[in-house]
Design a protein around this ligand. Structure first.
Ligand code: ZN
Length: 159
């Protein structure tokens, strides 16, 4: 069976930068499962998955526009260090939740210079080209319930 609309595909992935640095991997855990055609995985990867079958292995290079979008400078802000009262040490890479007009969003500390903290509300992988090593482990028809819910019911999925 090939991956198409209304199929559930399971796959192992290793996510790397174009330079080969591994960012994430499913190899230590269960394969990831998704319902094809619902945007359950990033757009560029979903396109590459179409037509593949169990046992297929391939590498896909996904540009930012088809992954987590371009890095938007408007989502980078400088705030005074005193806004982080109660935090022992504010360091680059730390994540916080910030209240905005769009609700609570995760922001990452990009830099700390003196009393000025640069926070970045872009997705951590925004602006990045992503390289996926993919191995398809299973392709099956979606159940009527999965189609109704719009997502895969993999092992451990609980309602
Ligand atoms: Zn469900």
């Amino acid at each position: 069976m090939q991956i198409a609309e209304n199929t559930v595909a399971s796959f192992h992935y290793i996510l790397k930068t174009p330079e080969g640095e591994v960012l994430e991997s499913s190899r230590e855990a269960e394969p990831m499962a998704y319902l094809h055609g619902t945007g359950g995985i990033i757009a560029g990867l979903e396109e590459e998955m179409a037509g593949k079958a169990a046992g297929d292995r391939f590498e896909a290079t996904i540009p930012p526009e088809k992954a987590y979008g371009p890095h938007d400078p408007a989502r980078v802000q400088q705030v005074p260090l005193e806004a982080f009262q109660g935090v022992d040490k504010v360091e680059p890479g730390m994540m916080f939740r910030a209240s905005t007009e769009q609700g609570d969003i995760p922001v990452r500390i990009a830099a700390v210079e003196g009393d000025t903290v640069t926070v970045d509300a872009n997705h951590q992988m925004a602006g990045q080209t992503l390289v996926f090593d993919i191995e398809i482990t299973e392709v099956r028809e979606a159940t009527p319930q999965e189609m109704q819910h719009g997502h895969a019911h993999a092992d451990g999925h609980d309602h």
